[in-house]
Ligand binder design. Sequence first.
Ligand code: ADP
Ligand code: MG
Length: 605
Amino acid sequence: MTDIIKLLPDSVANQIAAGEVIQRPASAVKELLENAVDAGASQIDLIVREAGKTLIQVIDNGCGMSETDARMSFERHATSKISKADDLFAIRTKGFRGEALASIAAIAQVELKTRRLEDEWGTMIHIEGSVLTEQQICQCAAGTNIAIKNLFFNVPARRNFLKSPQAELRHILDEFFRVSLIHPDIGFVLVHNDKELYHLYSGNQKQRIVALFGQVYNERLLPVYQKTDIISIEGFVGKPEFSRKTRGEQYFFVNRRFIKHPYLHHAIENAFQELLPKDNYPSYFLNISIDPAEIDVNIHPTKTEVNFQDTKLVYAMLHGAVRKSIGQHNLTPTLDFDLSPDHGIDFGDISRADRPLRMPSITVNKQFNPFHGTEHTTARPSDWRVFFDSESAGQLPEERATDEVKPAKLDEGQDNRPLVNNFMQIQQSYILTRVRSGIMLIDQHLAHARILYERFMLQLSEMKSSSQQELFPVTIQLNPADASLLKELLNDLGLLGFNIGELGTQSFVIHGTPAGFDHTDPMAQLETILENFKRNQVDLQLDKKLNLAKTIALNMALKANKPLTEQEMSALVDELFACQVPETAPDGRKILAVIPLKDLLLNLK
Ligand code: ADP
Ligand code: MG
């Protein structure tokens, strides 16, 4: 018998490779845009017809190619970006596998015009199904102009597999966004069926996000910046209050390459944890810069995945960076001032506001990080009035802030200091008070839950507790599952003020509870807490301490339908505004609403 193994002809090999690299028009868009970026272009135009099925054209003003290179670029494994195996660990370009143009040329009709700035003449090449049909010198602009016509013309199975034009265009837009978003220094244009969809001018990162996603993002972004020897993390996250019900703007890049990484995505989402209502997703636009030797991007043909040498470390840093950014974002002033607390980014906004400049010194502490408990309560509880109180409207915060008012405790009803403000309780559940621009409504239960939550987090992190001795220790009996969970939590519960001893396998004795704990039925209370803890653990996969603090805070917080004296309300509001996140409850619900006078006045008309 004769031998039967043969080498495949290049055109067939290329077509097979194309199956991996070019799944749909959007894949070709991605490869061509990336080549233009790698070529150092400062302007890239993308022209598409019929969602890329008949035409995908990319015009750049980058370095262009010589005559020989223009021909070589369509060969498989032909690349100018690496030349030896070691280079794989120093990749700073988007491409390096040298298979995109070869793949595209195998399954489409390609016209290329390219010229280096220093050359008098350019090169024109036509290639179709891997066969060169024309090559000649030509006149053309410096840079590269490449047109892909009739993608999959020779692979009907592929062509028929394409989705509706809307769906394919959506994929193209996704790729366009992923490249243009992270290269704000490059100008981009996108034209579809002769209609200009995007015209992006070079600018900074924030301007690019706004240009792509809309003007509203100008007020919605918080800067993230964290630099260490190994990596630096930079970009923006959406303020928690603008989170969305759909997974929307979530962009994660490594060395400016769009990457899908569920584990690191979790690091970011997790940082938002208790600040988002259930089922809401944060937006983020983050880039990690890291020494290419520390990563491997050559694990997937489309290069959208990456391996880190130390993923856990990257997780921790990413989580920390986002946490810090959210922490520094103290929303209080934005309730009444048209200011964005973006540090240094939006100072244009400050001068735009037609009010005297009276903000930053007190409420924005740039170093502040609420997730490091030790730095707790830098804001003075009475400061919030400076922003809200009508009587003090004319005064500067510096003057107001000098009268030190001690944080009033809820249970210290005897505080005789004069009230600057009046509080009114509505339906024994809400506190109504005046603020500069109108009125503010506060949910008393959620407000108290936030106060307790931050207090508990502090106790858990500082490892010091305060407990109130029970007059008569109470013995409780739990089912085996709850009993073993309780045992696991005893330490942390101790930090929160529960002094509970074990009495055999399923019995416990409660010697002490946190101040304010409802003593009427300690066993039922504890069972509810364990029940909610378990639910949070499953639904939200909360960290143990966070979960405990959240569960117990919501359990212990004073309830709706409880009458409060004016002094109690005043103390509660003071404590609320000493919190790091006064506007959101531990479970993500909104604690307060400001209704501007102008909105109220509409009802008079
Ligand atoms: P890779 O990008 O992985 O190197 P490609 O097949 O995408 O592989 O491109 C092959 C080569 O063609 C590149 O290495 C580059 O030298 C050249 N090339 C492709 N597109 C351009 C362009 N727009 N401008 C200049 N050179 C280009
Ligand atoms: Mg490439």
